[in-house]
Each structure stands twice: as structure tokens, then as C-alpha cells.
Design a protein. Structure first.
Length: 298
């Protein structure tokens, strides 16, 4: 019986394991090794690690955990979690079963990439979802913005922080009001309403957008806002409440509505930054340790 099982070995899971290890708690961290940011050219906005490769941060975190004997890391996913009278039972990807008093889900989310040729291939090097992560590197270049009408409009206006050359892609559906069109026009944002056929590349980088009518728009970077979905169904299977954005609703110190179950990182409701995920992991660990301490009192 572990004190806690952590599902996911990104910044949230690693930092939670670190704090719990320092609390002398027995922890099993399960990492399937499929992080959302695996295609990223670097983790940005993380003090002392700005620009570090995702797997570099992962390796450094694991090395730090090695000095805490109560923390065990296994390179395996978790297929299922079931309730038990004294906590939870996790079914691991290798068929083994492990029990714990508390569970922290730090599995992140998966981006909803449009089903347009070139999107998947260029994701992470020309196609991005987060300007806070990649806007600085692409600053002052020619941007395209892809997203549902109102979300795309607001996103395009926000991107003015990084570039003055922005084209908003309507992709065949453009229901903007005259007031919205005027707002975009006043801020120098062009609307292309044609249906997008594919994204084209040159030297493994985005070169532009090809429309179904054959026309071509040269662009250096495309930012999209199409939402994301949970990286595993464990949270919903266990009864977690979701927000309207489809992520898990959490309260103080990453507690969910399910007793003993915590969610930290991109799958919870805060900003989806690596540094925020790490902080959420620490908060979840603090609450897990506090609950365990109270339960252990005679």
C-alpha cells in the first residue's frame, strides 16, 4: 500500500513526487513517457529552465528524485483505477496492480488538431497553440490564426503582442458581425474566408496556407485555438466534475470532488504552462500529505 500513486511524469507529477518524498511518503510515480510537449523545441517561461528541452527537464527531475528512497518511478502507464475501502487500486499497463491511499492524476491533455493535411506534421515547428510558449521565437513574423469564430477573433487580437502581420483564417465558416469585422480591420488583421486545403512547408518549416480555390498565402507561423481533451479517461471514469472547457474542476490545492483524488497540471483548470503545472503538483502534494497526517493521528 503506497501513500500515493501519481499518474504522469511531467512537471506536475515530478514536483508532487519531490514534495511527497521530502515528507517521507511512499510514492509510486507511473510515467507512460508520452508528454504533450514532446514536439516542443523547448519549455519556455520556466525560470532557470527557459528553453530547456522537455526530456531534459524530465531527466533532471528524475535524477533529483533518486535521492528519496520512498519514491519509486516506473515507466508504465495506468490503464484503470478502482475504488477500494481503504483507497484506490491502480491497474498498470504491464498488468500489475498497486494500491494507494491517495491518487494524483497528472496526465495532461491532448490538443485537438484540425484534420487538415500538414497540421500534425508541422505541429511544434511552424504550428503552435501557445503564444506565451512560442510567440517570442516567432516575433515580428507573418502569422496565421486558426480557430472557431469568436475564439479565433479574440486570439488574433491577443497575438498583436508579438506581430503586426496577422491573417485570421475563416476556413469556410465566417459569421463575423460588421462590428467584429470593423474591430479586426481597425487593428490591421485580415480575414481570409476561403476553405483551407492544406498547410505547406519548406525545409521542414511552415511556408504557407493553400486554399481550396488554389490560392496561396505565405505565412511563417500559424497559431491555433481549437481546445484540448483529457489525455486519459480516468478522471471522468472516477467521477470528476469537468469545466465547460472539458478539463477537471479543482478546488483548493488541486482537490477534486472525489475524496482522495487530485488532479494537477494541464488537465486541471488553470493556465497550461509547465511552471504552473509544477506549482500545482507541489500544492497537490501539500494537501495529500496534510490529509495523510490527519488520518494517521490516533
Amino acid at each position: 500500500m503506497f501513500d500515493a500513486i501519481i499518474v504522469g511524469g511531467g512537471p506536475a507529477g515530478l514536483n508532487a513526487a519531490l514534495v511527497l518524498g521530502r515528507c517521507r511518503r511512499t510514492v509510486l510515480l507511473c510515467d507512460a513517457g508520452k508528454p504533450r510537449n514532446s514536439v516542443s523545441r523547448g519549455v519556455n517561461g520556466f525560470i532557470t529552465r527557459d528553453g530547456a528541452l522537455p526530456f531534459e527537464i524530465r531527466d533532471l527531475g528524475r535524477a533529483e528524485l533518486a535521492k528519496y528512497p520512498s519514491v519509486e518511478i516506473r515507466d508504465v502507464g495506468v490503464d484503470d483505477i478502482n475504488f477500494k475501502p481503504d483507497g484506490f487500486e491502480a491497474v498498470l499497463g504491464d498488468g500489475k496492480r498497486e494500491r494507494a491511499r491517495k491518487v494524483l492524476l497528472a496526465t495532461g491533455v491532448v490538443d485537438n488538431l484540425p484534420d487538415i493535411p500538414g497540421f500534425h506534421e508541422l505541429y511544434g515547428h511552424g504550428v503552435y497553440n501557445c503564444p506565451y510558449c512560442d510567440g517570442w521565437e516567432e516575433r515580428d513574423r507573418r502569422f496565421a490564426v486558426y480557430g472557431p469564430e469568436d475564439h479565433g477573433l479574440n486570439f488574433a487580437l491577443q497575438l498583436k503582442t508579438w506581430s503586426d502581420d496577422i491573417v485570421l483564417l475563416g476556413d469556410g465558416v465566417c459569421g463575423f458581425s460588421e462590428e467584429q469585422r470593423d474591430l479586426l480591420n481597425r487593428n490591421g488583421i485580415v480575414i481570409r474566408e476561403e476553405k483551407v486545403s492544406r498547410l505547406e512547408s519548406r525545409d521542414d518549416a511552415l511556408s504557407g496556407i493553400r486554399f481550396e480555390d488554389g490560392s496561396f498565402l505565405e505565412r511563417d507561423a500559424l497559431f491555433f485555438i481549437t481546445g484540448a481533451k483529457l489525455n486519459c479517461g480516468l478522471a471522468t471514469k472516477l467521477g470528476c466534475e469537468l469545466t465547460e472547457k472539458g478539463v477537471v474542476r479543482t478546488e483548493g490545492n488541486e482537490k477534486t470532488n472525489v475524496p482522495g483524488l487530485f488532479v494537477a497540471g494541464d488537465a486541471s483548470q488553470r493556465a497550461q504552462f509547465a511552471v504552473v503545472a509544477a506549482a500545482e503538483g507541489a500544492l497537490a502534494a501539500l494537501e495529500i500529505n496534510s490529509q495523510l497526517a490527519r488520518e494517521n493521528l490516533r
